[in-house]
Design a protein around this ligand. Structure first.
Ligand code: NAD
Length: 281
């Protein structure tokens, strides 16, 4: 293997330490509220991790659980209460919600000023306009990781595989905005000749949810490969990139686990701090 490993655990630790330092200088304690609906084991693990991070950086962690049988009105009443709670700066609604609940409506119910996942249409609209606002955590984490390792972005060709509103689309907007300045292609499941597209990338981001989709022959020699995918295969976590073959060709690569995942969690802390500062002045 020749590629340099981009260590998300290490960089996420640095980001959390920065947040903790900023929090210790505040005259108040920012509050992050988490909402978990139902019994999905993976969601329970994710929320536990987020609460642990929140406590580590010095936030108040306020947790609410609802049963999988909860009505939409019950969930929205909980969100309304948190919207109006002056001690709550960020609201994290763990997705996906159990069947029968409308996650779009629930996310839209969150006060955009407390939408620390950056998924409210208002915040996504600000992102499209290139204006300041709360931005989705995973794309923010990818950019922070690239910046930490001094990966050149301006003027470079970025190819993102995946067009979801959670990852691919917002990441394309961020990488191509003024000041970041990559030239971006967003590929998806209907793109023709994926390998021909991805081989043009200086920065190749895989966010397709398809284990091992990107192999060495998809990678331009020396490129930076960012693997967003988290897929459970035979009880193990696998990325969208076939690590061994891609690492033979790439100049730098993220592992799974230990790459983008920890960065996503760290950016939730950054967003909560930002939400607290903007709301409380
Ligand atoms: P999604 O299912 O909403 O979107 C997947 C996208 O990939 C779609 O746009 C689809 O067109 C495209 N795609 C699927 N198969 C493809 C193929 N064969 N060729 C080209 N394009 C293809 O998924 P998502 O929510 O964006 O998540 C993507 C992956 O990232 C998942 O594995 C998810 O678990 C993971 N994820 C990781 C983090 C993290 O923190 N690391 C955060 C969010 C999502």
């Amino acid at each position: 293997m020749t590629a340099r490993i981009l260590d998300g655990n290490e960089v996420a630790g640095i980001v959390r330490a920065e947040v903790a330092e900023a929090v210790s200088a505040l005259p108040y304690t920012p509050g992050l509220a988490t909402i978990l609906v139902g019994d999905d084991p993976a969601s329970h693990v994710y929320v536990r991790g987020k609460r642990r991070d929140a406590e580590e950086v010095g936030f108040a962690s306020i947790h609410h659980e609802l049963p999988a049988t909860a009505a939409q009105s019950e969930l929205e009443a909980l969100i309304d209460g948190l919207n109006g709670d002056p001690d709550v700066d960020g609201i994290l609604l763990q997705l996906p919600l159990p069947g029968g609940l409308d996650s779009e409506a629930a996310v839209e119910r969150i006060d955009p000023a407390k939408d620390v996942d950056g998924l409210h249409p208002f915040n996504l609209g600000l992102l499209v306009l290139g204006r300041k606002g709360l931005r989705p955590c995973t794309p923010g984490g990818v950019v922070r990781l690239l910046e930490h390792y001094d990966v050149p972005i301006a003027g470079k060709r970025a190819v993102i595989v995946g067009r979801s509103f959670l990852v691919g689309r917002p990441l394309g907007l961020i990488l191509s905005e003024r000041g970041v300045d990559a030239t971006v292609t967003v590929a998806h499941s209907r793109s023709a000749d994926l390998a021909e597209l991805t081989r043009q990338a200086d920065i190749l981001v895989a966010a397709a949810g398809s284990p091992g989709l990107i192999r060495g022959d998809h990678v331009k020699p020396g490129a930076t490969v960012i693997d967003v995918g988290i897929n459970r295969v035979d009880g193990k976590l696998k990325g969208d990139v076939d690590f061994d073959s891609a690492a033979e060709v790439a100049g730098a690569i993220t592992p799974v686990p230990g790459g983008v995942g920890p960065m996503t969690r760290a950016m939730l802390m950054v967003n909560t701090l930002e939400a607290a500062r903007s709301r409380r002045g």
